[in-house]
Design a protein. Sequence first.
Length: 97
Amino acid sequence: MPDMSASASLAMTHLVSFAKEVDEDKVTPGVLGFIVFAAMALAVWALMKSMNRHMNRVDFTQVPDPEAAQPEQSPAEPSQPESAQAEPSGQGGKKQG
């Protein structure tokens, strides 16, 4: 077991010397920033997978409403205005002959 403590102390001396080489004025996100970014990435992935599952369940075929298919018209109201019934060809008053 003395080898483990020697190698651990050697590793710590390398890490301490590396930490002194790092600029103290430089700000880095560190481990906490990575954990937060990874958690957000996993949450987005899970939401996209859930949305894809829900969108696959949607039936996009539209069924016509049976009540809206046959609207009731009273006999007093014409279905088209009189001006549209008088000249359906759009020729005005001219007749071809």
